[in-house]
Write a protein that binds this ligand. Structure first.
Ligand code: FMN
Length: 138
């Protein structure tokens, strides 16, 4: 499957996590692309077989956490039709409800969100490997 992984990263943590995720997807036999939200093409991402969108956590560390504006604007630029999707974030203290909000926004664009993942550092989040295994046709 063609899996588009898109991320927003300020200091490189989320980028590194996304790159490790892309490697895991490639190792599982998928064709994975990994692109920042600043550079990704909404059309190309919309035509992928599965989509994964990640952001660093922005907020007041314990409250008011949210995905970045660029992440949410990118999600809003997608046109999906039942595409399996996952959301992820990197964080330091707590991501609050941001993953649910990202998932709801992706679903509003037509995605079927089947994974929500968090990582405290520059690594693929726990559970991502299991999510990959839910995708048919590697
Ligand atoms: C302005 C700012 C606000 C942040 N707010 C939160 C927060 O509310 N909760 C949290 O867990 N981490 C918060 N963080 C930590 C980052 O989300 C975390 O370090 C992330 O992994 C950075 O990813 P990046 O290196 O891809 O930019 C904040 C960081 C910054 C710079």
């Amino acid at each position: 499957m063609r899996i588009a992984i898109v991320y927003d990263s300020r200091t490189g943590t989320t980028k590194a996590a996304a790159e490790e995720m892309a490697k895991m997807a490639a190792d599982a036999g998928h064709e994975a692309t990994v692109t920042s939200v600043q550079e990704a093409s909404p059309g190309e991402v919309s035509s992928a077989d599965a989509v994964c969108v990640g952001s660093w956590t922005e907020g007041l560390f314990f409250i008011l956490q949210h995905a970045t504006k660029a992440t949410m604007a990118f999600i809003d630029s997608l046109t999906l039709d039942g595409t399996p999707a996952a959301v992820f974030c990197t964080y330091k203290t707590s991501p609050g409800k941001m993953l649910d909000k990202m998932a709801a926004a992706l679903e509003a664009r037509g995605a079927r969100v089947t994974g929500r993942f968090r990582s405290r550092g520059p690594h693929a989040p726990e559970g991502f490997g299991d999510w990959l295994r839910t995708l048919a046709g590697a």
